[in-house]
Ligand binder design. Structure first.
Ligand code: SF4
Length: 117
């Protein structure tokens, strides 16, 4: 498999999925290129472009929820951060992805309980 061609294909396919969800690829091209390459490698090894930043458990129901783009399964969490966990995608209005904070779901729930978000 030609890695560059597959990365381009995934980019085109994923764009169509994330656009109606209000997301776009990060303006940080270096990150995008790196993460797509990791996904191509994971796809080659496991048959699906799994998330490079979230661990697989071997349990199909769980693992299929971290096939990229996993935004629909983590919508509340990602919307609160305005980015997906890896930072491959950001909300469409984000121009500076460096300004976004990555927070765990547990931290997010605590901040929400305290009314800080
Ligand atoms: S966290 Fe981002 S890069 Fe990782 S699978 Fe989900 S959408 Fe893709």
């Amino acid at each position: 498999m030609d890695v560059q061609k597959r990365k381009q294909k995934l980019r085109e396919m994923f764009q169509k999925v994330v656009d109606p969800l209000g997301y776009k690829f990060s303006p940080d091209e270096e990150i995008v290129d790196f993460l797509l390459e990791q996904e191509v490698i994971l796809e080659k090894e496991h048959g699906h472009p799994f998330c490079p930043c979230q661990g697989r458990t071997g349990e199909r129901e769980h693992d299929m929820k971290i096939v990229c783009p996993c935004i629909p399964f983590h919508r509340t969490h990602f919307d609160a951060m305005k980015r997906c966990w890896c930072g491959l995608y950001v909300h469409k209005d984000v121009d500076d992805p460096e300004s976004l904070i990555q927070i765990s779901l547990t931290e997010l729930e605590e901040l929400q309980k305290e009314g800080k978000i």
